[in-house]
Write a protein that binds this ligand. Structure first.
Ligand SMILES: [Zn+2]
Length: 387
């Protein structure tokens, strides 16, 4: 589920398929049945996603004007459901409705205030969301037009509107779709996932007014029900440590290229290998200091908007974010150095040998630029494939 297949558009879900497969295989009923149903339903929805196509073209709305509508799917599997709260309406008695409304507003305001962006498509796209989708539905997703939230099964997952970073994550898939359009497969797919985690976390951090070193850098904190051993779905600060529970398995995310996971599942491990660029962003943000969305976030945002392409690799992202930092804050400045150091620390860019001068480092950067992609990861993957 929630992964690309040839000729089919991806459905962009927050819960990675390996967690649901683990549940479907190992958990007792009815939990296993619910996980299986979530998997099957997402597969069916992905077919519909192909029909919907990409972002609907809509009339431009002036910047700063939010247009939110929340629908209640009434536990059915039909979208969007009954409209229950429109822009400007007072809060309802339904906490999921209010969280979906507020989370969409927080995400809109974040992009507008931090980067001057007018909604998902920068043209004032409507922000529609459906809550109470299906029964015990263990996921939230962006279907190319709207957000959809399940209520969770109550045993492993709680309602998916609970974490504002999940809302920011999903809506950022729309931003990525209308900008770089990163393919949802292999490294471009893992970058797509990572960018959603980056801005999802920044939506949360800006709401809390946190500096980079105060944030938890966890995606989906608060989603797990009581008793689940884990802090959330992913940790950008310490990939691979977010959860470890017999029912859902252990967080499989690597933090370094040496641990890159070559797999056919999850569109080439898009929710797994995203740990590497996630950690690079975390390292850059903490090294730059202050509020992560002001400088590190701006570097990533401008790179996403103006430089990344549909097939960009991790090495491309390393080069393009470093060039963006040069452009925004001056070549060789502290920000650009922090970005280059971060990509080196996660092994995407080779570290210069000890004693090399900064001129050597510039030459090395130029070589990476000429080559387009770093040879390391692809070679490593090919070697693994043969093993
Ligand atoms: Zn995602």
């Amino acid at each position: 589920m929630c992964e690309a297949r040839q000729g089919r558009s991806p459905l962009l879900c927050i819960v990675p398929p390996q967690i649901l497969r683990h549940l479907a295989r190992g958990a007792s009923r009815p939990l296993a049945d619910w996980a299986l149903h979530t998997l099957a339903l997402s597969e069916r929805l992905r077919g519909a996603r192909t029909v919907l196509g990409s972002l609907a073209s809509l009339a431009t709305t002036p910047a700063g004007l939010k247009r939110r509508t929340v629908y209640d799917a009434g536990h059915l599997e039909r979208l969007p459901g009954k409209p229950v709260r429109a822009e400007g309406d007072p809060a309802t008695r339904d906490v999921a409705v209010n969280e979906a409304y507020d989370g969409a507003g927080a995400t809109y305001d974040f992009y507008h205030d931090a980067y001057g962006r007018n909604s998902i498509d920068d043209r004032g796209m409507r922000l529609d969301a459906s809550v109470h989708y299906g029964r015990n539905f263990d996921n939230a997703f962006w279907d190319g037009r709207q957000m959809v939230y399940g209520d969770g099964d109550g045993t492993i997952f709680q309602r998916f509107t609970k974490s504002v970073d999940v809302i920011g994550h999903e809506l950022t898939h729309g931003v990525t779709e209308s900008e770089a359009g990163l393919d949802y497969q292999d490294q471009p797919g893992a970058l797509n996932e990572s960018i959603s985690d980056v801005f999802g976390s920044l939506v949360k951090q800006s709401g809390l007014g946190q500096a980079a070193d105060q944030a938890d850098w966890v995606i989906g904190a608060g989603l797990f029900a009581r008793g689940v051993r884990g802090v959330g779905l992913r940790s950008m600060k310490a990939p691979g440590t977010a959860y470890d529970d017999p029912r859902i398995g252990k967080d499989p995310q690597p933090a370094h290229m040496k641990d890159y996971v070559a797999t056919h599942e999850d569109a080439g491990g898009v929710h797994i290998n995203s740990g590497i660029p996630n950690h690079a962003f975390y390292l850059a943000a903490v090294a730059i200091g202050g509020r992560a969305w002001t400088k590190a976030g701006r570097i990533w945002y401008i790179a996403l908007r103006d430089r990344l392409r549909h097939d960009s690799s991790f090495a491309d992202a390393a080069r393009l974010t470093a060039e963006t930092a040069d452009q925004l804050y001056g070549p060789g400045g502290a920000e650009a150095r922090a970005v280059r150091d971060a990509w080196q620390a996660v092994g995407v860019v080779a570290s210069p040998a000890p004693g090399r001068t900064s001129e050597d480092r510039v030459q090395a950067q130029r070589r990476v630029r000429r080559d387009g992609r770093a040879a390391g990861p692809r070679k490593r993957r090919a070697a693994r494939g043969r093993a």
